[in-house]
Design a protein around this ligand. Structure first.
Ligand SMILES: Cc1cc2nc3c(=O)[nH]c(=O)nc-3n(C[C@H](O)[C@H](O)[C@H](O)COP(=O)(O)O)c2cc1C
Length: 168
C-alpha cells in the first residue's frame, strides 16, 4: 500500500481546513493510504514510513512557520533517507501577494535539499495549494486536486519500483 503523510501546523484553523481537503484528495486515490497529522505529532518515523509527504504551514513573515522549520531541521537525523520520496506544500496567508508562494517555495526548497521529488502543475497554483484566510470552495478543490496529484505520482513511482527501493 502506498502511504502519503499530510502534516500541517495551524494556530487558528485555516491551514487545518486546507490540510483536511488535501487528505481527502489523497484518500480518493485507490490503493493509497493517507496519514493526517499535525506537525507536533509528526516524527521522523512518520517521514520514513511515507512514500509521499505533503507539508502545510501558515505564511509567517513570508515563509514557513518556525514550528514547521523545526520539523525539517529534525529530519537531519535521517538525512539521505528521504531521497526519492514525493513532496508537496500548501499554505494559508493573511493576504494575497503577501508571501504565500514564497512560503510554499520555502517548504519545497527544504524538500529538494532532502532529495525529494516535487511535481509542479500547469493547472491551478504552480507551487502548491493556498488560501487567503479561511479556504473557500475553490481553494479546497485545488487542495483536493493536489492530494490526488501527489498520490497518483506516488503510485506511478511505486509501480516502477522506485519507492520500494527508498522505503527499504
Ligand atoms: C507571526 C505571524 C506572521 C504572519 N505573517 C504573515 C505574512 O507574512 N503574510 C501573510 O499574508 N500573512 C501572515 N500572517 C497571517 C497568517 O498567515 C494567516 O492568518 C494564516 O491563515 C493563519 O493560518 P492558521 O489559521 O492555520 O494558523 C501571519 C500571522 C502570524 C501569527
Amino acid at each position: 500500500m502506498v502511504r502519503v503523510l499530510v502534516t500541517y501546523f495551524s494556530a487558528t484553523g485555516n491551514t487545518k481546513a486546507l490540510a483536511e481537503a488535501v487528505a481527502e484528495g489523497v484518500r480518493s486515490v485507490e490503493g493509497v493510504e493517507c496519514v493526517l497529522k499535525t506537525v507536533p505529532q509528526t516524527t521522523n518515523a512518520d517521514w520514513l514510513a511515507a512514500d509521499g509527504i505533503i507539508v502545510g504551514s501558515p505564511t509567517y513573515f513570508g515563509q514557513m512557520a518556525s514550528r514547521v522549520k523545526q520539523m525539517f531541521d529534525a529530519t537531519v537525523a535521517i538525512y539521505g533517507k528521504l531521497e526519492g520520496k514525493v513532496g508537496a506544500a500548501f499554505t494559508t496567508s493573511g493576504g494575497a501577494g503577501c508571501g504565500h508562494e514564497m512560503t510554499n517555495m520555502s517548504i519545497l526548497t527544504a524538500m529538494l535539499v532532502a532529495g525529494m521529488v516535487v511535481q509542479g502543475t500547469t493547472q491551478g497554483p504552480h507551487f502548491g495549494a493556498f488560501a487567503v484566510g479561511a479556504p473557500d470552495e475553490k481553494a479546497l478543490q485545488q487542495a483536493r486536486e493536489m492530494g490526488v496529484r501527489v498520490a497518483t505520482l506516488c503510485k506511478r513511482l511505486a509501480i516502477s519500483g522506485q519507492l520500494s527501493a527508498v522505503s527499504d
